[in-house]
Design a binder for this molecule. Structure first.
Ligand code: ADP
Length: 187
């Protein structure tokens, strides 16, 4: 499923983000940039020790923000390490922080002139964010960015969902958001 706004295309696929050949891939990092399980572990394993070394030099990243390193041995040239919130019931600014993690990643990509970027579903694994709510926040943030940056450097944004179930949730959510906004889809 895909949609175009201005010069940028958004698509949703199922897959492994470490295999993507977009210029940047986004990591679901923790605030210490310490590496961990899930997508973070997979990115560090596939990219090699250079990524952890660069993360150590940067030192850390507040929740809701993002930092950038090289991609090491990955096909992607850059890894953008975004720190989503840990879900603690929903009354602790989780929605705002999750939106901010996506928008910070996109702002960093724009600043660096990056033309293509892949996102995982931030915060919906170990950090426990309910996927339906998280999908809506993630896709709203990306659609807002695309609407406001129609002639920016970014030409391709891909959500790489790990499971077919997660892909279905993102697809249904995107369809609903596009309908609400009166935007037409391509298949
Ligand atoms: P968080 O701590 O932000 O919740 P996780 O890595 O635990 O991060 O999970 C975030 C999402 O990434 C989950 O939906 C998980 O299924 C998914 N995921 C795990 N490995 C990969 C991968 N290699 N590619 C894409 N998504 C992945």
């Amino acid at each position: 499923m895909e949609v175009r706004i201005g010069g940028c295309r958004l698509s949703l696929i199922q897959g492994d983000i470490t295999k993507q050949d977009t210029e940047a891939i986004v990591n679901a990092a923790n605030a210490r940039l310490a590496g961990g399980g899930g997508v973070d572990g997979a990115i560090h394993r596939a990219g090699g020790p250079i990524i952890a070394e660069e993360c150590r030099k940067i030192g850390g990243c507040p929740t809701g923000k993002a930092v950038i390193t090289s991609g090491g041995n990955l096909k992607a040239k850059y890894v953008i390490h975004a720190v989503g919130p840990i879900y603690r019931g929903g009354q602790n600014r989780e929605a705002e922080l999750l939106r901010s993690a996506y928008l910070s990643s996109l702002a960093l990509a724009k600043e660096r002139g990056i033309t293509s970027i892949s996102f995982p579903s931030l915060s919906t694994g170990a950090y426990g964010y309910p996927i339906k709510e998280a999908a809506r926040i993630a896709l709203q943030a990306v659609l807002d960015f695309m609407t406001e940056n129609q002639s920016g450097p970014l030409q391709e944004i891909v959500f790489v969902l790990f499971t077919p179930q997660d892909l279905s949730v993102y697809q249904e959510t995107l369809q609903a958001l596009l309908q609400e906004r009166g935007i037409k889809t391509q298949t």
